[in-house]
Design a protein around this ligand. Sequence first.
Ligand code: PBG
Length: 328
Amino acid sequence: MMTVMFPEVRMRRLRRTPTMRRLVRETIISVDDLVLPLFVDDRIDAPRDIEAMPGVRAYPLSMMADVARDAESAGLPAVLLFGVPMEKDGRGSQAYATEGVAQRAVADVKDATELVVMTDLCLCEYTSHGHCGLVDGGEVLNDETLELYADIAVSQADAGADVIAPSGMMDGMVGAIRGALDANGYHGVAIMSYAAKYASAFYGPFRECVLSTPSFGDRRSYQMDPANAREALKEMELDLREGADMLMVKPALPYLDIIRDARQAFDVPVAAYSVSGEYSMIAAAAANGWIDLHQAMMESLLSIKRAGADIIITYYAKDAAVELGAMR
Ligand code: PBG
């Protein structure tokens, strides 16, 4: 195919100046692509640092409106809310309580801003055993859990959520949630499914933040085996057929191939969640002076976009927004 070669062809011609590089750049990240995860903790009345994620904090409910206004002023279009309840129990009942911490936070953020409000829908932040579903005899139950997911979805929609993001990896969860939303008149509430969510070591810092490390076993009976790519396509196809409006791949950097597969196979928006461990790796190396924080952050986000993600959920969203404002 290529007949002309060096010295007629010189690839470096188009790399000579910053403006030339801008002109031929293939992938552009925009602040419009970014979603900031936010943690609201019912047990605190001042911001709580997360040791393994320097710069990230959990906030009390009283601060959520301000925190959201900040994200909006940075130019971000959306936030993804996680709640840490006052009390956990076996059924995670604070996850679907009308006055649950996440529900109240949604209402506050909607009142204060025009942001798209996404809610993580799971039980693990709310259950005493830390699993993403109901547990019986050491097993995480699937179908019984779906009933609770349906209740959580409706309670989040009642509070004003625009997008429900189920992350528990139970079979049938998207269909159960879509059915419950529609039955309650919430036809306009969208579902962004954590469709291809892997059983990953990169969630460690997040679990420290929301205290959701399972008290026994691990999540491998519901989250995906990191070795599997074809299975991810199947998960995503099923979630689309059950009514997902957007698909998510999680984590992002170790799964760029899956993001690419999703982009090629489906025509819905593909989101990638650059998870807590990805944030911590860059933050820790940068804190040691081993890499440049801003360059490593932007390069990571760019690679996720280049792989095919339309939406990137990242704890660096605000920093990246600032960087993008300053950059050309
Ligand atoms: C809840 C959930 C988790 C994350 C997002 N939603 C944790 C888990 O599955 O253990 C991880 C996010 C992160 O690490 O940044 N199921």
